[in-house]
Design a protein around this ligand. Sequence first.
Ligand SMILES: Cc1cc2nc3c(=O)[nH]c(=O)nc-3n(C[C@H](O)[C@H](O)[C@H](O)COP(=O)(O)OP(=O)(O)OC[C@H]3O[C@@H](n4cnc5c(N)ncnc54)[C@H](O)[C@@H]3O)c2cc1C
Length: 398
Amino acid sequence: MIDFSLTQEQEMLQSLAREFAQNEISPIVQIIEESNNSEMEPWDFSKNVFYKGSELGFTSLMVPKELGGVGGKCIDLAVVLEEIGAVDVSIACSYFNLTAAMSLFVSRAATQEQQERILSFVKSGKPHLFSAAESEPNVATSDMFCPFPNSNIGMKTFAAREGNRYILNGTKSSLVTNAGIADAYFIIARTAMDKPLHESLSIFYVPGDTPRIKFGKKTQMIGWKASHHAEIYLDNVPIPAQNLIGLEGGAAKLLMLLPEVAIGPAASYVGLARAAYEYALNYAKQRVSWGRPIIEHQAVALKLADMMINTQAARLIVWDAAVTAETSPQLAATIKAPAAKTFAVDVAIKNAQMAVEILGGYGVTKECLAGKFLGDATIGYSCDFTREVLRLGIVNFL
Ligand SMILES: Cc1cc2nc3c(=O)[nH]c(=O)nc-3n(C[C@H](O)[C@H](O)[C@H](O)COP(=O)(O)OP(=O)(O)OC[C@H]3O[C@@H](n4cnc5c(N)ncnc54)[C@H](O)[C@@H]3O)c2cc1C
């Protein structure tokens, strides 16, 4: 049986997230967007809404109840992130999705001792921000999807075992989300340089106050103004061996079982697509040309119909991936989640572009939101892997 309806609890969660996003996140986003100060630190403005959203359970939605979480499903996260993404996709992806997905990762892949230690903040109710770093400045991140067994390809950050600790050396790219502001990091490094990437990647839990880890200055981007990205410098950083999650060389396999990492951004981009559509619809009902509202001109009306249809199609592909994540995680991780992320971002970019057009000259002014939608949507092309590489990854499993 196929049932696309949300349960009563999910509808309540959706309303809660919608009210929170519109009443509490939206005013913060407005301040950040209107600031012309490139030195402005968005986290100073966003942290209170992140803390409040965490208290509402949005970052522990999928953490099992035994660990203090909500014990919910991937579809719950998708519903929440669509609402937050409709207000600001960078807040949805950077703060809420990243922390929710990495918390889930720990609850699935870590030992019981690690789960209790790393996720102790969930039970104590003290909000925690996570970051995850694989990208490096002089290495194509797309190499993560490379099928060739050549050990020279890909990541260079290295973790050398020394007794009961590892010593990490390397640099992570200026795009790493939350670098410098997170409470803790999941750093992917190689534990063997003579093996292919997929057999040599390991993942380490690294608290933010670990000695010898340093961060670059905030990266300026064409959108995602509410998030913080910077380089990470690892100079002989000592990590206790008990902070290795899973086995040495096992990171690629573990991350394959985390489709939620791509489903979260996908849901956030459905939110952006919906927001661009609703913004343009509202304008088209009010703007008058040739003596009638522009929605009555077919050239405009057809664009609005396409925007609505595409948004609905994107939501369904995301919900399908979210439901599959519960029943068949491997199918979700290899095909449905990357497909959902690719499609949702494409729709967000198209809707943002059409919103700019429907708003005419006003569409390219700073006081109108259409330009923000387009900048934020374009960033979706490459965050969490590019659409080319995601699609090439899918083909490997067809
Ligand atoms: C907003 C944002 C947030 C991010 N957050 C994080 C984070 O938290 N942690 C982190 O580690 N990284 C993060 N990244 C980095 C992100 O994962 C990479 O930028 C992305 O995967 C693309 O990698 P790249 O920039 O190295 O591009 P490259 O891999 O150098 O690709 C360049 C171009 O070549 C194409 N290309 C490359 N290889 C192939 C191929 N084999 N076949 C066809 N085309 C190919 C790509 O599609 C792309 O068009 C973030 C990026 C952004 C934009």
